[in-house]
Ligand binder design. Structure first.
Ligand SMILES: N[C@@H](CCC(=O)N[C@@H](CS)C(=O)NCC(=O)O)C(=O)O
Length: 139
């Protein structure tokens, strides 16, 4: 997507502030890495989380689906965002893109099954995998 801010993982210099945006003056590897066009002054994803909730106490995760008009994160759950992308934004797209069906009826069952598997065994299973690798390395 054009003008999509691409958060980079935090490094030690970020003092563990989490995912960061490229900044105008900072290094920005990759042709699609740009500052956040809505808040070019923001350095970290966490600033989006605090924007409407100064007391936010959760994790500062990506992906985040951000509403530019309401200026707020509307969803940060990948399994829900991916389902919204099937059709929720069709009206905003040029016709040639809107008519691309990302959830064709004949593939619906297998797509949903793959989403389920990915969510349970990869997204939420990765912590378990790390623990298993660590146990293996320590024993
Ligand atoms: N429930 C979320 C979790 C997303 C998630 O854990 N994202 C990771 C990157 S893949 C993240 O941003 N981690 C940063 C952190 O936990 O501080 C989803 O699946 O969308």
């Amino acid at each position: 997507m054009a003008n999509t801010p691409t958060p980079k993982s935090a490094d030690e210099a970020d003092e563990r502030k989490g995912w960061r945006f490229a900044t105008k003056d900072g290094e920005a590897p990759g042709e699609n890495v740009t500052p956040d066009p809505i808040h070019p002054e923001y350095k970290h994803i966490r600033e989006l989380y605090f924007e409407n909730n100064k007391d936010y106490g959760g994790r500062f995760t990506v992906p985040t689906l951000y509403d530019k008009k309401q200026k707020r994160i509307v969803n940060n759950e990948s399994s829900e965002i991916i389902r919204m992308f099937y059709h929720a934004f069709d009206k905003l797209l040029p016709e040639k893109y809107a008519k691309v069906d990302l959830l064709p009826e004949n593939l619906k069952e297998s797509i949903e099954a793959t989403n389920e598997w990915t969510y349970n065994d990869i997204n939420n299973g990765s912590s378990l995998l790390v623990v298993l690798i660590m146990l293996r390395l320590l024993t």
